[in-house]
Design a protein around this ligand. Structure first.
Ligand code: PAN
Ligand code: ZN
Length: 185
């Protein structure tokens, strides 16, 4: 019984990292995500052990629990492979109808979205930008700036991640640095 008790939270969110119960930290190195980039010759010249992004997630319930929520914070480092900005892998949700919130915390970037008909568009990300990602929309983020891009996310615990469709078919457009201007091509 928690009646009248005053509790301290089990999980703390400071310096863009989570600590405490139910926290999972993942690191994605260039070697883990190299197939997502178009310019494979440029990639061969790069340090494949460098970290591209880190994800700190708070998973307070079991994966696939209906009605629950997950929370995450991603730090995406600045850089490019050829003309293509560093990006997250990107995914549809396995339960394709489930939506998600992203919001910008630090740095500058672009949220790249693709619907099931493979139409691609993007939203600018900056500290305070808030993004509602509807169901049936694949999502990935690019860092278009010179410092870390940090963003948070909240998604249903039964959403799941379908990485395979994106690994197989990619996004229909890439975000490239065209003379200093982020451009979808
Ligand atoms: C986010 C992402 C996170 C990393 O928490 O999982 O930013 O991107 P990838 O999962 O595409 O590598 C989210 O969208 N959760 O659903
Ligand atoms: Zn997602």
């Amino acid at each position: 019984m928690k009646s009248s008790e005053i509790l301290f939270p089990t999980t703390i969110f400071t310096n863009n990292l989570l600590t405490g119960e139910g926290v999972k930290n993942d690191t994605r190195r260039l070697a883990d995500v190299d197939t997502i980039f178009a310019n494979q010759p440029a990639l061969k010249e790069m340090d494949r052990q460098q970290t591209i992004y880190r994800v700190s997630s708070f998973l307070p319930v079991r994966e696939n629990t209906s009605g629950g929520l997950f929370f995450g914070i991603t730090t995406l480092y600045p850089g490019k492979v050829g003309d293509e900005y560093f990006i997250t892998k990107g995914h549809y949700h396995s339960h394709v109808d489930t939506a998600e919130f992203y919001w910008g915390v630090e740095g500058e970037g672009m949220l790249i979205l693709m619907d099931l008909e493979r139409n691609v568009w993007a939203e600018r990300m900056f500290p305070g930008s808030l993004h509602y990602i509807p169901g049936k929309v694949a999502h990935r983020v690019a860092n278009t700036g010179y410092r870390n891009l940090v963003f948070s996310a909240c998604w249903p615990s039964d959403a799941g991640h379908d990485y395979d469709s994106i690994a197989r078919d990619g996004f229909a457009k890439r975000l490239l640095d065209m003379d200093g201007v982020p451009t979808l091509r």
